[in-house]
Write a protein that binds this ligand. Structure first.
Ligand SMILES: [Fe+2]
Length: 401
């Protein structure tokens, strides 16, 4: 039992009781308590870890798989305090079925907030609409942000440092504010806790066919999406997309889904393409650990336009132009493979036969061109345009918009 968190918990409990445990007052009570006595200034993390490892008198620990890991630092029937470690975590865009406040105790994170406009429910577990980012900011160590349960508070976090540590003062569960939707930009929201057992088994069965390289895999999937409802069909598309793309069979399957669902399916191709792009960035997050490079990845993942990405970089690195900053990162991020150089997920085109030193120069030149010029006016032909296209189709895509 850490004395700081014990005191923080008692303070919050006392103040909330004064408000008759009104749910509306809790986020502000939690935020204020964290700001008045910030964990980032009052807790020795090393000491806390040592104490937690060696003393048995600890608050009740949950079985939660959230965090890497989660430690419960205070537990009351109405709320608890958790300490979350993040090693390479980036969260999905999500909302909460609980409320309170979180505090950046160590490290820093990119925090993006969203609205889901024109939303409508297709089933109790799936909604369609237009996800719009309304704010994105860098949260440095010591910042506290309140959390409201339900659809009003949609956000995502991208942790820049390893480990990042956050402290969350939160209710256990706010009835009536679920499901805890995950948002797939730009057009879908799905309930991640909903388990459709039949879909689950079908995905597993498709996994068997994939492993066996079954010749009718693509045909089976196409037949499925021709007949399944929107929610199940979408889940199958999401599950099979990468493999079907590898097989070169993706387009007819997507077309079958669009044919089946018409207007309702309008936002699905863009949502699936963005989902794949975000997964690619998330995976790169595992082996890219320089905080500046992670900052760049966070921007690529969350900020949709080049102008906004430039504004962010300028704010954090005011001493040189955003173009030079990005080109510097690009040079550091270029890696050799058996088939040529890569920059993040963009591969140098195999059709151009030049030595790797020259590949690096051409990649950087093409990126500079993209960053300095209006992409619409790009009229270079030949090798340049092939390299340009390889970059524009990669996770660097927002720099071309
Ligand atoms: Fe959250």
């Amino acid at each position: 039992m850490n004395p700081y968190f014990d005191q923080l918990g008692r303070t919050v409990l006392e103040r909330w009781r004064e408000q008759n445990f009104s749910l509306e007052t809790f986020p502000e009570i939690a935020r204020l308590a964290l700001d008045q006595s910030p964990p980032s200034q009052n807790v020795d993390l090393e000491e806390l870890v040592h104490e937690f490892l060696s003393r048995d008198e600890q608050p009740f620990q949950s079985q939660s798989g959230f965090g890497q890991p989660e430690l419960v630092a205070f537990n009351d029937q109405r709320f608890y305090i958790q300490i979350l470690f993040w090693l390479e975590g980036t969260t999905d865009i999500h909302q909460h079925e609980f409320s309170g406040a979180f505090h950046v105790m160590q490290g820093s994170s990119i925090h993006a907030e969203f609205d889901f406009d024109h939303a409508r429910s297709i089933t109790p577990h799936l909604r369609v609409g237009d996800l719009r980012m309304k704010q994105i900011e860098l949260l440095e160590t010591g910042r506290t942000v309140s959390i409201t349960s339900g659809r009003e508070c949609i956000h995502s976090l991208f942790h820049l440092d390893t480990p990042s540590v956050t402290v969350v003062v939160r209710t256990h569960h706010d009835p009536g504010t679920g499901p805890q939707y995950n948002y797939l930009p730009p057009h879908l929201a799905i309930d991640p806790l909903h388990t459709d057992a039949l879909t689950q088994r079908r995905k597993q069965l498709l996994g068997v066919l994939e492993t066996l390289e079954h010749p009718r895999y693509a045909t089976f999937v196409r037949k499925m999406v021709e007949s399944l409802d929107f929610e199940r069909g979408f889940n199958i598309l999401l599950h099979t997309m990468e493999h079907l793309q590898d097989l070169g069979e993706w387009e007819p399957v997507l077309a079958a889904f669009q044919e089946r669902h018409g207007e309702l399916a309008k936002g699905v191709p863009a949502t699936l393409a963005e989902s794949l792009r975000r997964d690619t960035i998330s995976r790169m997050r595992y082996h890219i650990d320089d905080p500046d490079h992670r900052f760049f990845l966070a921007l690529l993942m969350n900020v949709p336009t080049r102008a906004d990405i430039f504004a962010f970089i300028q704010e954090r690195f005011p001493d040189q132009s955003p173009v030079e900053t990005i080109l510097g990162w690009a040079e550091e991020l270029i890696e050799p493979t058996d088939f040529g150089l890569t920059l993040l997920d963009a591969s140098f085109p195999e059709t151009i036969d030049v030595a790797s030193e020259r590949q690096s120069v051409l990649l950087i030149d093409a990126l500079r061109e993209a960053l300095e010029e209006d992409p619409e006016s790009n009229d270079s032909g030949g090798e340049d345009s092939v390299i340009f296209a390889a970059l524009a189709e990669s996770c660097l895509r927002p720099l071309f918009s």
